[in-house]
Design a protein. Structure first.
Length: 482
């Protein structure tokens, strides 16, 4: 249920529909506001997953300048977001939805709070939501208070009595949350310079990172370095994992991908735009190509990615150069050193506008199996443009795949530009997803590229199938993930 009669206070058990409606609303606002919105977040009680709430969706929109939003007032109104010019909500603009504002009924369904990026209001919205979601006992106390207030004032025009009753609790939580926030450790993207096309292996409590070196200087060894981390943010250089002399080819070592199988470690990568596979007894290397030959001499291919299906079958995905860059896939041989050529399948071709800037490109495939569906994530457009990442979904590892209509799910921010070519990993406890990707050096230069990391989530979609949401690119300090 979404919506409540104006002037009433009535609470309902938490519903999944609220999060779905919030994400749909955020998508609509992003389409209208574009880069004007620094961030758009679901806030308020419907964003606190364990408590009863009024079925009205609150959305916070962070901007640099209120005038940029007011310039979109007509378009917002056409989309059902009505500007409410007089409020007592402090330093923010308020837009609202519901047939009450349309003049055809008495329901209020949404409140859109436009606040200043990193201002007090924005910080309070984030802190209050995040603190209660991570402190269930305090969330339960809040619910108990809200239920008591709703019973004492079920009809409360303007909600003044209801809001006044919550005031002391809200102030206490905000103070506690701010104190807790100041004691946390923070980082800010980008996290590593000079690297691109990352892949990460989590092995025995340590993350191992492999990437393209985009800051090679004369005399530097060619191949791939390996980096280690306990938290996906602080990385230590652990030396060369693969050296050029242990592989076919002499230059252009790009886009490594790492897996472990039966105690051996396999590194797939491209050299001079041809695919190779090397093997090692350790994730630190040295990786050596047993037979110094590419998978295919006759055609150019890059951006390979290993995937192990639930039944144990291994697949290799990669980008192949045709009249465009296309994503192909195939089953692998038992030793992971090649592919079963008779299973080779073309999976994705660039067709959409976001995939065709400067050159039609679908590349950098990365596969995830989630709830029985195969999510083939990838990047679109030439890497030097404002490209991004999207995904397609299929019922089997080799498709067919249907592209997500909300693509791209990762696109440039105001200061972090040219985001793409990602890998996906999980927290040590397996409960959270993370998206590692590269970005341009700055707004004028692509190289040397840099690495970033942000959270990724699966949220319910309108058709009942989960959709991927990437909480990035983040451009301000954020708390360490773990």
């Amino acid at each position: 249920m979404i919506g409540l009669k104006r002037g009433t206070v009535k609470l309902y058990d938490h519903e999944k529909e609220w999060e779905l409606e919030a994400q749909n609303t955020i998508a609509r606002l992003k389409k209208i506001l574009g880069s004007t919105a620094r961030s758009i977040q679901h806030v308020g009680s419907t964003a606190i997953s364990s408590i009863k709430a009024k079925p009205i969706i609150d959305i916070a929109v962070a901007v640099d300048d209120f005038s940029d939003v007011l310039a979109c007032e007509a378009e917002l109104k056409e989309a059902g977001f009505y500007y409410i010019p007089k409020t007592d909500l402090g330093e923010q603009l308020l837009f609202a939805s519901g047939n009450y504002y349309e003049g055809t009924g008495d329901l209020q369904t949404h409140f859109i709070h436009v606040v200043r990026w990193n201002g007090v209001e924005w910080t309070n919205y984030m802190n209050f939501r995040d603190y209660l979601n991570s402190h269930p006992s305090d969330a339960k106390e809040y619910e108990t208070l809200k239920v008591a207030l709703a019973r004492s004032a079920p009809v409360d025009s303007g909600r003044q009595q209801y809001l006044k009753g919550k005031h002391d609790f809200v102030e206490r939580i905000l103070k506690t949350a701010e104190t807790e926030r100041k004691n946390r450790k923070y980082f800010q993207n980008p996290i590593l310079n000079g690297l691109a096309d990352p892949d990460v292996l989590f092995w025995k409590g340590i993350y191992y990172l492999y990437a393209t070196n985009t800051a090679i200087k004369e005399g530097d060894p060619l191949g791939f370095r390996v980096y280690t981390s306990a938290n996906l943010v602080d990385w230590q250089d652990a030396g060369m994992a693969l050296r050029a002399e242990d592989s076919w080819g002499e230059k252009q070592f790009w886009a490594p991908d790492i897996v472990e199988k039966d105690g051996k470690f396999y590194l797939s990568y491209s050299v001079e735009e041809h695919l190779c596979v090397a093997v090692s007894d350790s994730p630190l290397g040295p990786f050596v190509q047993p037979v110094k030959e590419p998978l295919h001499r006759e055609i150019k291919e890059i951006d390979s990615h290993f995937f192990r299906d639930a039944d144990g079958t291994w697949y290799l995905y990669f980008a192949r150069f045709q009249e465009d860059n296309e994503i192909w896939g195939a089953k692998m041989t038992e030793d992971l050193m090649g592919i079963q050529e008779d299973t080779l399948t073309r999976l994705l071709v660039p067709e959409e506008a976001w995939e065709c800037q400067k050159w039609p490109v679908c590349e950098a495939p990365y596969m995830i199996l989630h709830k029985g569906k195969y999510y083939l994530t990838y990047s679109g457009s030439h890497f030097e443009t404002d490209y991004g990442s999207g995904y397609a979904v299929g019922d089997s590892p080799l498709g067919p795949f249907v592209k997500y209509q909300g693509n791209p799910v990762l696109r440039s921010g105001k200061s972090i530009r040219g985001v793409g070519h990602h890998c996906i990993t999980r927290s040590p406890d397996g409960k959270e997803w993370f998206f590692l990707y590269h970005c341009h050096y700055d707004e004028t230069r692509a190289n040397p590229r840099r690495l970033c990391v942000d959270r990724m989530r699966f949220v319910p979609g309108a058709d009942g199938m989960d959709v991927i949401k990437v909480d990035g690119p983040t451009e301000v300090a954020q708390e360490y993930f773990f």
